[in-house]
Design a binder for this molecule. Structure first.
Ligand SMILES: [Fe+2]
Ligand SMILES: [Fe+2]
Length: 141
């Protein structure tokens, strides 16, 4: 499991708040991975950090889903993926065990590596579309 190296071209959405939140989540995840590689299994530390990630994700997902209210297809996909990661983290936090750390971190790592670039691309396209629509409206007005 590797840390995630922030790459503006891959992770950037062009929206300052979303980028800030994604960055914060990546940093929190990287901190957990760092400890994992130091081979420190401290149940309490994992719980504190993973709970913080779950909470941070929860507030971020609300913001993100709020921005997608007018795009039901995208919203549905986002909700489903947000639900998946939230369920995995919640399950671990409810019944933490040392032998679940590896599969959990694999899952979180895979989820972040897949979800962040994919949604960054979706948001970039969406913001471009919105900018074009605004320009067209201005031209017609
Ligand atoms: Fe996001
Ligand atoms: Fe998302």
């Amino acid at each position: 499991m590797e840390k995630i190296v922030w790459d503006e071209a891959v992770h950037g959405t062009g929206h300052p708040l979303l980028d800030k939140e994604h960055h914060a989540i990546v940093e929190m995840y990287n901190k957990v991975i760092e400890r994992y590689h130091q081979d420190i299994y401290d149940r309490k530390l994992y719980l504190v950090d993973l709970l913080a990630i779950l909470n941070r994700m929860g507030s971020h997902f609300s913001v993100e889903e709020g921005m997608l209210m007018e795009y039901p297809d995208l919203l549905e996909l986002e909700r489903e993926e947000h639900g998946n990661i939230s369920d995995q983290l919640t399950r671990f936090i409810a019944t933490p065990s040392a032998d679940q750390i590896d599969p959990l971190l694999e899952y979180v790592s895979g989820w972040l590596s897949d979800h962040l670039p994919k949604e960054a691309e979706e948001f970039r396209v969406l913001f471009q579309q919105q900018a074009i629509e605004r320009q067209e409206k201005r031209r017609v007005a």
